[in-house]
Design a binder for this molecule. Structure first.
Ligand SMILES: CC(C)(COP(=O)(O)OP(=O)(O)OC[C@H]1O[C@@H](n2cnc3c(N)ncnc32)[C@H](O)[C@@H]1OP(=O)(O)O)[C@@H](O)C(=O)NCCC(=O)NCCS
Length: 241
């Protein structure tokens, strides 16, 4: 767009450094407490560590999500492609206040969960994924996100939507109400917003993990060996879901 200036000027051109443009394109981050390390014993006796992903791990994750985009069942394709975009959005600073959690067993990546903060009160769930199935890994990862939003960050609401039946089942088990639609739409494709607020969390959902998996998250006294073995993750070479 060009408009003739309403007055003569001494300079007719101004140059910008891209570093000066960048602040207009990026969402300046809010101060957000990181997800602390947590561990849980799964039903098969294995211990999963759930830790925050590091930004330098994104290039290791992207090729695997490229493969997941090709999996044409159980909605791994649509979830895979969206997670790829969200990871790149984090890596290239094009996503506001994202968080990414990894589920690791003996250094192997088995689970994934991510979301972002709309503001200090509203936490938006993006995706949950399991790479080793039938171990309730997804149930644990989704619970970690709710716990992070409503317990650790003290957000007022946690907003989900579901792209798959297995994902919807995670929400169904926590009996989430929805906002009216189409007035309110989740940013993932404009579907309904399912939400959990603090009252719902405290009265019904907080104890859900023990009920489903038979164990709680443990945050204290995580053994140094468990942290060490899961410090550098191994991403599956092939998709086996
Ligand atoms: C949604 C998701 C995270 C749930 O993870 P989970 O709770 O660990 O559950 P699983 O995927 O291991 O298993 C879910 C169901 O799939 C079926 N299933 C999984 N593997 C199976 C197999 N090899 N053979 C037959 N059925 C299988 C089972 O019915 C199982 O339920 P059950 O354990 O009660 O029998 C996971 O299914 C996933 O990553 N899906 C793809 C991405 C996705 O849809 N994410 C959610 C977006 S809303």
């Amino acid at each position: 767009m060009r408009i003739t200036p309403p007055e003569k000027t001494t300079k007719t051109q101004y140059a910008f450094d891209v570093a000066e443009i960048e602040p207009f394109l990026t969402a300046l981050p809010m101060p957000v407490k990181p997800w602390p390390n947590a561990m849980i014993t799964l039903k098969d006796g294995k211990t999963m560590l759930i830790r925050a992903a590091r930004k330098d791990e994104v290039p290791l994750l992207l090729p695997y999500f490229k493969k997941l985009m090709e999996v044409e069942y159980d909605f791994y394709d649509i979830v895979g492609v969206r997670v790829y975009a969200e990871l790149l959005g984090w890596y290239r600073n094009r996503l506001k206040d994202p968080y990414v959690m990894l589920g690791l067993i003996d250094g192997d990546l088995v689970g994934f969960a991510n979301g972002r903060l709309w503001n200090k009160d509203i936490n938006i769930s993006h995706h949950t994924m399991t790479f080793v199935r039938r171990g309730q890994v997804g149930t644990v990862m989704y619970y970690c996100k709710m716990y992070y939003a409503l317990e650790i960050l003290g957000c007022q609401e946690f907003w989900s939507t579901f792209e798959s039946y297995n994902g919807w089942r995670l929400g169904f088990q926590t009996r989430q109400p929805t906002y009216t639609w189409p007035e309110h739409q989740h940013e993932l494709g404009g579907a309904q917003i399912y939400y959990i607020n603090q009252d719902h969390w405290n009265s019904m959902v907080k104890g859900y993990l023990r009920e489903q998996v038979g164990a709680d998250l443990v945050f204290d006294n995580i053994p140094a060996e468990l942290l060490k073995i899961n410090e550098n993750m191994r991403v599956p070479e092939e998709v086996a879901v």
